[in-house]
Design a protein around this ligand. Sequence first.
Ligand SMILES: Cc1ncc(COP(=O)(O)O)c(C=O)c1O
Length: 452
Amino acid sequence: MNTRYGINWDKAKALYHTECTDFTSRMPRSRELSSRAAGHLLFGVPLHWMNDWSTPFSLYVAAAQGARFKDVDGHDYVDFCLGDTGAMFGHSPKPVAEAIARQAQCGYTAMLPNEDGVWVAQELTRRFGLPYWQFALSASDANRFAIRWARAITDRSKVLIFNGCYHGTVDDVFVDLVDGKPQTRDSLLGQVYDITQHTRSVEFNDLAALEAALQDGEVACLLAEPAMTNIGMVLPQPGFWQAAQALCKRYGTLLLIDETHTISSGPGGYTRAHGLEPDLFVVGKPVAGGVPCAVYGFSAETACRAEDAKRKAPPGHSGIGTTLTANLLAMAAMRANLAEVMTDSAYQYMFGLAEKLATGLRRVIEQQQLPWCVTQIGARTEFQFTPTPPQNGSEAGKILDSELEHFMHLFLLNRGLLITPFHNMILVCPDTTAADVDRLVMAFADFVAAVK
Ligand SMILES: Cc1ncc(COP(=O)(O)O)c(C=O)c1O
C-alpha cells in the first residue's frame, strides 16, 4: 500500500479525482466565467495566486457576509479562510459597512488628515503600547517602510529574518537558508540585485544563531512574526522572545514585529498577550475590517530617532508612503473596526470556538491514529502532517505537501467548507457558530475515514 502521512495515497488520489468531477458538474457558471477570464486575465485570474486553490477552475464568489459566502452557482459556504486574515472579523462587518457608506458621501482621499486618524492612533497606542503611528495600504508596504526607517535610524544596512518567513512582497526578505547559507528565494520574479548582500537569515528558536548574526553590529532590524505562520505554524519555545529581545538590545538592532497574522492572539496581538517590547510594529490585513490598510508603530525612542533621521536628510522624496496612504475611506473603516468589531468580547468568543475546533481535530487525529498534530495561536488553528509541532522554518517546510492539502481542501469545499489554500490554516470569526465548527470537524473526520 502506498502510504504517506498515515493515509492511503492511492485512495486519496482517486477521491480527489471524484471530487474534481463533482465540482466541475456543479459549477457551470464558475466554469463559464473562468473560460471568459482566460482570454483577458493573465493566467485567467486577477492575481496569479488565485490559481493556487484546489479547484479544477476558479470558484467565483457572488456575495460574502459574516462567516459565509455564496458562489455564482448558488451554493453556500462557511468561510474558514476569511480572505487569509483580511476578513478575520467577518465579511462586511456592519459597523465598517456603515462607516464606509457615511464616508462615501464625504470624500475618499484628500492627502490631508481628518479626526479619524487621531482617534485611530490613540486607540492603536492603547491596544499595542507603542506611542507613535504611521499608515500604509498593505502590510507589505508597512514592512517595507518600517525597514527603511530602521535603516535610516541605525545607519546600518542589514536586515535579519527567520528562515521560512513571509512578510509580503518585501524584496529584502525573500531569502532562504539552503545548506545553512542564505540564498535568494527561487520563486522571486524579476530580481536583479543580490539580496543576500544585505539580508541575513537564521532558524527560528535558535538563539545561538541569532546572536552570531547580530554580534558584528551591522544589523538594522530583526523583522519577525512572533510565531511563524506562513510556512505552517511554528511557535516560539518558552523564553525565546525574552532572550531574543535582549540580544537585539545588546547589539543595537531594532526589533520589528509583524503581527499581520498573529493578531489572532488577542486585541493587542501577541505583543501585548506575551509582553513583547518591539521598537517597530506592523499589522495589516484585518485592521480596517478588510478595506486595504495597514499600520506601523514606533516606540518613543525609535520615533525620536526617526524624526531626527528625516530632519537631517535633505528635503525631497523619502521613499516612504504612497499617495492614497491614510486615505479618508480607510481611516473611517479602521476607526469603526477598532471601535466596534475587533473588540475584547469578539476575541473571547473566537478563542472559545478555536479551542473547540482544535479539540475536535485532535480527537479525530487521535481516534484515527494519524501522525498529525494541531497548532493554535488564539483564533488561528492549523493541522500539520507531523506528529510533533515543527520548531523552525526548515522543519515546517519539510512537512508541507500541497498535493495532500488539495485532496483535503477540495473535499471540504465540495461540502460547503472553505479553508485557506496555503497549508491548513483555519480561522474563525465573530459570526462563525459552534455548529459551523462541528460541521468542519465532521467533514475532516469523513475525509480521514475515506482515505485511511
Ligand atoms: C506576516 C505577514 N506579513 C505581511 C503580509 C503581507 O500582507 P499583504 O499581502 O496584505 O501586503 C502577510 C501576508 O500574508 C503576512 O502573512
